[in-house]
Write a protein that binds this ligand. Structure first.
Ligand code: GLU
Length: 319
């Protein structure tokens, strides 16, 4: 499981994207890359290897701009290489993808018959080329058409040079979290990439599309109807940034005084089970069936005890 981060706001995006990718490194990956709109066009730098290699490849004048996307890749289609690394571009669009497009070959053949030339062996480039194929000035409309056509799993982060301050996120069976800031907004496959910048987050549901600008985030369903989407909005009040690997993160859910904790199930499962047995935790929710991610909830001081215990456990694990 690899990572996605996206930023649109008033600051330079490059450092924020790199920082986000560094906090997603624990998920495992073979390549990394970023794309930033530089005022004229979308500039992409991507490398096989570690985020450190991407950082080394990035010159001080590269990728200057305030809206961009970043990716760590775990190759499924096409060997790990610079050219197969994300972001993938087609004319005015650039995108990052977590997951697998099952029907990519059929779409690739369809596009090749129309004269589209592919540059990588990935399933992901098919999404970028199809998006460009459908794009007639309305990027959201093109995204909707693409989502109707592709099959498989995806977390997608998309930018378009004709909508330079806009980020689009879409997900199905691959996690995406939206981060709400003051004068900026972000998206990521995991909250660890966001908590340094904002504690206001919501988890996207399968089938949702989000449009992020620096002023706000609008979430739509697949029919582009904004009315029917539930917003799940968590205000994080405490984040213990214990290690850059995978810290537990805490949320306070304002409505009913619940304390929530997002954590990596595979790493923290034992402490959650213990807390559940002692009634420190009342619920454990698996946020996504397909990701090693859980949210646990408890009430009042009991939850506090459990949180402290979880932190101690985490500290033990990371030494
Ligand atoms: N299937 C895509 C690829 O192989 C994305 C893999 C990923 O989730 O990183 O490039």
């Amino acid at each position: 499981m690899c990572g996605i981060v996206g930023y649109t706001g008033g600051q330079q995006a490059k450092g924020i994207l790199i920082d986000g990718l560094q906090h997603l490194e624990y998920r495992g990956y073979d390549s990394a890359g970023i794309a930033v709109f530089n005022g004229k066009e979308i500039e992409v730098v991507r490398r096989q290897g570690k985020v450190a290699e991407l950082v080394a490849a990035l010159g001080a004048d590269d990728c200057l701009g305030t809206c961009g996307i970043g990716h760590t890749r775990w190759a499924t289609h096409g060997a790990p290489s610079d050219v197969n690394s994300h972001p993938h571009c087609a004319a005015r669009v650039s995108l990052v993808h977590n997951g697998i497009i099952e029907n990519y070959m059929e779409i690739k053949e369809f596009l090749q018959e129309k004269g589209v030339v592919f540059h990588s062996d990935t399933d992901t480039e098919v999404v970028a080329q199809l998006l460009d194929y459908y794009y007639r000035g309305d990027i959201l409309d093109a995204v909707q058409k693409v989502l109707h056509r592709i099959e498989g799993s995806y977390g997608l982060g998309i930018i378009c040079s004709e909508h330079p301050e806009q980020l689009i996120a879409a997900r199905k069976d691959s996690p995406l979290v939206l981060g709400y800031g003051d004068g900026f907004n972000m998206m990521a496959s995991d909250v660890t990439a966001l908590i340094k910048y904002t504690r206001d987050v919501s988890y996207m549901e399968n089938g949702e599309i989000a449009v992020l600008t620096r002023q706000g985030i609008q979430v739509y369903n697949i029919l582009l109807d904004p009315g029917v989407c539930k917003q799940r909005y968590y205000k994080m009040t405490l984040s213990d940034y214990i290690t850059p690997d995978y810290p537990p993160t805490y949320h306070w859910y304002g409505k009913n005084d619940m304390t929530l904790m997002t954590m990596c199930w595979s790493a923290q499962g034992p402490v959650l089970e213990k807390a559940l047995a002692r009634n420190h935790v009342t619920h454990i929710y698996h946020v996504y069936d397909d990701a090693p991610h859980a949210v646990a909830a408890g009430k009042g001081t009991d939850a506090e005890g459990w949180l402290n215990e979880a932190v101690a456990f985490w500290e033990e694990q990371v030494g």
